[in-house]
Structures are given as C-alpha cells and as structure tokens.
Design a protein around this ligand. Structure first.
Ligand SMILES: [Zn+2]
Ligand SMILES: [Zn+2]
Length: 210
C-alpha cells in the first residue's frame, strides 16, 4: 500500500529539534563553589562555545558576585536541589528564553538521575539563540554609549547568567510571581553589564540613570 503525502509539513521547531537530536548531545558537569548547586549541562554536540560561555559564567563570574550584586540570589541558590539539569537548546518553539520544568515533567535524563542518585534533581531549559537576541532595556543605552565591538559578547555572557538565575529562582521558589522574579533579573542584568564593562575596559558608562 502506498501512502501519498500531498504536502510535506516541516514546522520549524520540529525540524530544528530533529536536527539537534540527530547531531546528538553532550553533557558537562559544573561544580560551582560553596552554596552553588551542581549543574549538569546537556547541549547539542558541536555547541562547545555556548557550553563554555555558560560554564565561565557559572564557575567564574557568579562566585565573584555572590558578595556583591548577586547576593540577593544566595537564599535562592541554597534552596535548590543539589543537582539541576540545564538543557541548552538553540531556541524554544514558544519563543521564551527559558523555562523551569515542573516536578514530574522533567526529561528522561533528569528522572533517571533522580532515580539513580536517590536525590531530588531539578531541571530548566535555556534557549541560547533567543537569549543572544534578547534586548533588555539597558542594551540600547550601552550601544549608544559606544560600548562597541565587545557588546554582543558581553551581552551574551551576562544574559546567559541572568536567564539561568531567573529560571533557577522559579525552580527554587515556585510561589514567587513572575513580576518579582523579572524585576530581580532585570536589575541583575543591568548591574552585571556595568561590572563586565568596567572590568573589561576600565570604563563605567554611567548607566545608573537607566
Ligand atoms: Zn515558553
Ligand atoms: Zn519567569
């Protein structure tokens, strides 16, 4: 029996997911400092650059900020399960920058780990190409201030860490309303960009008014 397909439909999201699947995925374990849960990143093979960026943000940038601009996130980090799976994808069909996964709706990877380890395992996903294109408020003022060539790189670094912490907060405190979580991450992003620009170029751009 022959089947005829009058029309082949390739929803973009599905096609991209299938291509990711075909390419396979790699995992990397991030062991942060005291007070930081273990993160198990799962990312499409070949996306080492993205994995390295998140690794640097979590292992190098964040610890240096926990006594400063990231101090408000300390209680949240302490409230997380000891291991959180971070699924990195280029994009989400819904267009979101990331999600936290509700208990019971985690991927097979997180569920297997929880069963094998006998520990609670949390899970979030991050859509790194959406995060790269994300345009939070202060970025236009930075561009206008002539932050120049380094802006896209610094933005990606800051935005990855910001969205990571945003989704981790949802995971840690399910009762925090979106408005509150968003307000915290907006001010964290702005403060982090100031820090990164200051340390990279020794220049403060006077974003305090933004
Ligand atoms: Zn979504
Ligand atoms: Zn949110």
């Amino acid at each position: 029996m022959r089947r005829r397909y009058a029309k082949t439909v390739h929803p973009r999201g599905l096609l991209r997911s299938l291509l990711d699947w075909a390419r396979g995925r790699d995992q990397r374990l991030l062991r942060g400092g005291p007070g930081q849960p273990l993160l198990l990143m799962s990312y499409p093979s070949g996306q080492e650059d993205v994995a390295r960026e998140l690794e640097a943000a979590y292992l190098h940038t964040l610890p240096g900020l926990l006594d400063g601009i990231a101090a408000p996130y300390r209680p949240m980090l302490a409230a997380l399960p000891p291991l959180v799976v971070v699924l990195l994808r280029p994009s989400n069909v819904c267009g979101c920058l990331g999600h936290h996964h509700l208990a019971g709706l985690e991927s097979g990877l997180a569920r297997r780990l929880a069963a094998d380890l006998g520990e609670a395992v949390g899970e979030i996903d991050l859509a790194y190409e959406n995060i790269r294109r994300w345009q939070p408020q202060p970025i236009s003022s930075l561009a206008a201030a002539g932050a120049g060539d380094s802006l896209p790189r610094l933005h990606f670094h800051a935005a990855l860490l910001t969205v990571l912490l945003h989704e981790l907060e949802h995971l840690a405190f399910a009762d925090h309303p979106e408005r509150q979580v968003r307000r915290a991450s907006d001010s964290f992003y702005a403060a982090l960009m100031r820090e990164l620009l200051r340390s990279e170029r020794g220049i403060a751009y006077g974003m305090e008014d933004c």
